[in-house]
Design a protein around this ligand. Structure first.
Ligand code: ZN
Length: 338
């Protein structure tokens, strides 16, 4: 009897192992569709509320917003990364103020889903959660900049966690990274890239989301677009995956105007992905462009177009799904551009 039971356990173990091996992660649609305008609105209404005091780097309001993010990760059962001791990566004032400034200590916030097959290869999905605080007694809520990216990263993490719960673990690990100090000089992402939790060499890509909830001056009649910046600068694969996933799942008009290295705005150098790209990590930056409320107190939740925010977040998710699950990691086939 005992022997038979052992054999049975052995067979069950083998079977479940075989099932795990056969997990099909080809189609992200079911999980992608859990990223909805409604859920994003619920979260953004909190992240970009006056209570968060404009989320200036190191402020009480920013810490409150950070607490909210952590609460959400805990609620979804998404842990802080392996090798970390909490959801925080401290970013010291001395680092941020090395050249100039008087910022207080602040924190990046991170959460993590471990890969089932290649756990040592890590995909980063980033957005900055700081904004510019209170000026002249007015709270600058930064609903688009970058409340939109902040809640998108959170919702993308929840979608991956739901997939995991249903047996569709990502093959590679994913780090959800909410960086601080962006508005004062991309400090949080610079700190992470210089003090990475996972080796730079094992970091397969960064998907950075900064402002995806509005439309810009050049798109007065539609919000069904997104600017794609940087994808092809280091890796043809990353560009091709971005285009292919969009063709398959989101069908946004991908606008590459700002990807031109000669574009005078130089957006490629102006958000957090750049601190990954400068170390040779392929990075794609999703962005809606600049509008009249950019860095104004009027960048408020009631002006966010949640259908567009949802669709662009879904595109980020679909790109992430491919990067995390493809058999071989994407190839860097171009030199680092300075
Ligand atoms: Zn921003």
């Amino acid at each position: 009897m005992k022997k038979a039971l052992t054999l049975l356990v052995f067979i069950i173990t083998l079977t479940s192992f075989a099932q795990k091996k056969a997990v099909n992660n080809d189609n992200p649609t079911k999980f992608m569709n859990t990223i909805t305008a409604e859920k994003l609105k619920t979260k953004l209404t909190i992240v970009a509320s006056d209570e968060m005091e404009g989320r200036d780097t190191g402020s009480k309001g920013q810490k409150k917003a950070g607490n909210y993010l952590i609460e959400q990760y805990k609620k979804s059962g998404i842990p802080f990364p392996k090798g970390a001791s909490s959801y925080y990566q401290s970013v010291p004032a001395s680092f941020m103020n090395a050249r100039y400034g008087t910022l207080p200590d602040s924190e990046n916030i991170w959460a993590y889903i471990e890969g089932s097959e290649k756990p040592n290869e890590v995909l980063v999905i980033s957005a900055h959660y700081d904004h510019v605080g209170i000026k002249g007694g007015e709270v600058y809520n930064g609903a688009d900049d970058d409340g939109s990216g902040t809640v998108a990263v959170l919702q993308i993490a929840e979608a991956f966690q739901k997939a995991k719960k249903e047996g569709h673990d990502p093959k590679r690990s994913i780090l959800f990274l909410h960086v601080t100090g962006e508005e004062h000089g991309l400090h949080g992402s610079r700190f992470y890239s210089e003090h990475p939790l996972f080796p730079i060499a094992n970091t397969v890509a960064d998907i950075n989301i900064d402002m995806i909830g509005r439309r810009d001056f050049d798109h007065p009649n539609t919000n069904n677009y997104v600017y794609v910046i940087g994808a092809d600068r280091l890796s043809s694969d990353l560009h091709n995956i971005t285009v292919a996933q969009n063709d398959k799942y989101t069908k946004l008009d991908l606008d590459f105007k700002f990807n031109d290295p000669k574009d005078p705005n130089h957006f490629y150098e102006r958000s957090d992905h750049y601190n990954f790209a400068k170390f040779g990590i392929p990075a794609v930056f999703l962005f809606n462009g600049v509008h009249a409320d950019y860095h104004q107190k009027s960048d408020e939740v009631d002006k966010i177009e949640f259908d567009a925010l949802a669709k662009r977040a879904q595109l980020a998710f679909a790109i992430a799904w491919d990067l995390a699950n493809r058999p071989e990691r994407i190839v860097v086939d171009k030199p680092i551009q300075k």
